[in-house]
Design a binder for this molecule. Structure first.
Ligand SMILES: NC(=O)c1ccc[n+]([C@@H]2O[C@H](COP(=O)([O-])OP(=O)(O)OC[C@H]3O[C@@H](n4cnc5c(N)ncnc54)[C@H](O)[C@@H]3O)[C@@H](O)[C@H]2O)c1
Ligand SMILES: [Zn+2]
Length: 407
C-alpha cells in the first residue's frame, strides 16, 4: 500500500525479502566445497584463480608501522584497535570461572578458548580494515592460540590491522574457497575449529554448509539498519546513516520506521533531491515505513530483528527492544562509529537471525565447560538418586557403576 503516490509504505504491509540468489549460491558453493574436500590444495588454488585471478599466498606480517600507511590513518587504526580491545577485555573480565560446594562435592564451570580459529576479512568490494580488528582482537583476548587471518585483499592497511590485532598468520585467499581451506586445511595449515567474520553470499553459504565440521559465528550477510525515529530526529544525520549501511552491498538495506508521516515525507523529499540518494529509494536499499503508533513500530522492529538498530525516538524505552544485533541509542550514536571504532563488535547477525543469535564477541571464541568433583559422602547420596533412574531406564551398567560406589 502506497501513501500519496510516494515510496512510503506501511510497516504492516512490508517484510524482508528472502534473498532468492541465496539458494543458487548455496548449490554452487556446495559443489566447490566437495571438490576442495576431495582434491585438497589443488582445488583451492584452481578456485582462487577462477574467481580472483590469483594463487593463494601466505603473507608474513610485519609490525604495523612497516606498511607505509599515512601516519594519521595508522594512528586512527591504533586508536580504534585500542577501543575494540578495551570492550573485548571488559567482556572477558566479566566471564569468570565459578564453582560452588554442596553436600555432594564441588561443581562449576570454566571458560576455555577454542584453539585454532580463522578470521575472514572481506576484501571483494572494499578492503574492510575494521573487520580485521573486530574479528582478531576478541579471539586474541579469548586466548585462541592460532588466529589465521584470511582475505582476498592484501591492502597494506588490512595487513597492518591484522598484524596489530594479533593474527598469527595471514593467507591471501577469498570467497568460499577461503572458508573451505580454513575448514579442511591448506598446505601446512591444520584445519581450524572455528571460522568467523562477515562476507558475501558465497562466504556465508560456505560457512553454513561447513557448520557441522566447524563452529561458525552468526550469518553476517549484507548489512541492515533499522532506525526508529520520532519527528525531532536530525533528518540529514539519519539519511547519512541509511546511505552508509546501504553502500556496503547492493543487497544491503536501511529502513526508517516512524509514526510521523511528516518525518517520512521530509526524508523522502531530501532523498529525492539528489540522484544518488534517490536511486537508493528506487533500488529499495532505503525503505521508508509508516507505523500507526510507537507500539506498532516497536513490534515491527522486534519482528524484523535488524542487524543494527538506531533508536532515535525518545519515547521508546530500550528495554522494549528485544531483537537486534547491536543497539545504537540516540542520534549521536552513528552506526558508523560501531562499524569502526567505538568498541563493540561490528560482525553481527543479519537476515532476521538476530532473533536467536548474537554478534561476535569474546564469548564467541570460548567454550563453557562444566567440572564436577564428588566427595566420599557425595557418592553415596548421588548413587541413591541415580541408581533408581538408571534402573527405570534399564541401563544396567549405569546402575552398576553407581552401585559399586554406594557404600
Ligand atoms: N554483517 C556484518 O557484520 C558485515 C560487516 C562487514 C561486511 N559485511 C558484508 O560483507 C560482504 C563483503 O562482500 P564482498 O563481496 O565485498 O567481499 P568478500 O570478501 O566477502 O567476497 C569476495 C570474494 O567472493 C568470491 N566471489 C565473487 N564473485 C563470485 C562468484 N560469482 N562465484 C563465486 N565466488 C565469487 C571471490 O572469491 C572474492 O574473493 C558485504 O555483503 C557486506 O555487507 C557484513
Ligand atoms: Zn557499516
Amino acid at each position: 500500500m502506497q501513501v500519496n503516490n510516494s515510496t512510503i509504505l506501511h510497516c504492516q504491509s512490508w517484510q524482508r525479502e528472502s534473498s532468492n540468489s541465496h539458494s543458487d549460491a548455496a548449490s554452487k558453493v556446495s559443489e566447490l566445497l566437495k571438490q576442495i574436500q576431495s582434491q585438497g590444495d589443488a582445488a583451492v588454488e584452481a578456485f582462487s584463480q577462477q574467481f580472483d585471478g590469483f594463487s593463494p599466498e601466505w603473507i608474513e606480517l610485519k609490525s604495523p608501522d612497516n606498511y607505509g600507511l599515512e601516519p594519521e590513518l595508522l594512528e586512527a587504526i591504533v586508536a580504534a584497535a585500542s577501543r575494540i580491545e578495551t570492550f573485548a577485555q571488559f567482556q572477558r573480565d566479566k566471564l569468570v570461572d565459578s564453582t560452588y560446594v554442596d553436600d555432594c562435592g564441588e561443581f562449576g564451570f570454566r571458560y576455555q578458548a577454542i584453539e585454532r580459529i580463522g578470521a575472514y576479512i572481506p576484501g571483494g568490494r572494499f578492503p574492510l580494515i575494521s573487520t580485521a580488528l573486530m574479528t582478531l582482537i576478541p579471539a586474541k583476548l579469548a586466548g585462541c592460540r592460532e588466529r589465521i587471518a584470511c582475505s582476498p585483499s592484501d591492502h597494506p592497511a588490512i595487513l597492518a590491522a591484522a598484524s596489530l590485532a594479533g593474527a598469527t598468520a595471514f593467507l591471501k585467499l577469498g570467497g568460499a574457497q577461503a572458508i573451505g581451506a580454513l575448514a579442511y586445511g591448506y598446505q601446512d595449515l591444520e584445519p581450524v575449529q572455528m571460522v568467523v567474520g562477515p562476507g558475501n553470499q558465497y562466504v556465508n553459504a560456505a560457512k553454513q554448509l561447513l557448520n557441522q565440521k566447524i563452529q561458525i559465528d552468526a550469518a553476517a550477510g549484507p548489512s541492515e539498519l533499522l532506525i526508529l525515529a520520532d519527528e525531532s530526529v536530525n533528518q540529514d544525520w539519519v539519511i547519512a546513516d541509511m546511505a552508509a549501511q546501504a553502500e556496503h552491498d547492493p543487497q544491503a538495506q536501511s529502513l526508517l520506521v516512524s509514526d510521523s508521516l511528516d518525518l517520512l515525507s521530509g526524508v523522502e523529499k531530501l532523498l529525492r533531491a539528489t540522484d544518488e540518494l534517490s536511486k537508493l529509494l528506487d533500488d529499495k536499499q532505503i525503505i521508508l515505513l509508516e507505523a500507526d503508533s510507537v507500539e506498532q513500530a516497536i513490534d515491527f522492529s522486534n519482528q524484523y530483528a535488524p542487524e543494527h538498530l538506531l533508536l532515535a525516538d525518545q519515547r521508546v524505552d530500550q528495554d522494549l527492544l528485544s531483537n537486534f544485533g547491536s543497539l545504537f541509542v540516540g542520534e549521536n550514536s552513528a552506526v558508523a562509529y560501531g562499524d569502526y571504532c567505538s568498541g563493540p563488535n561490528h560482525t553481527l547477525p543479519t537476515m532476521g537471525t538476530a532473533n536467536r543469535s548474537s554478534g561476535l564477541s569474546v564469548l564467541s571464541f570460548l567454550k563453557v565447560q562444566s567440572v564436577q568433583a564428588v566427595h566420599e559422602e557425595g557418592r553415596k547420596k548421588l548413587s541413591a538418586m541415580g541408581e533408581k533412574i538408571a534402573e527405570a531406564e534399564q541401563l544396567v551398567w549405569h546402575q552398576k557403576s553407581m552401585a559399586v560406589r554406594s557404600s
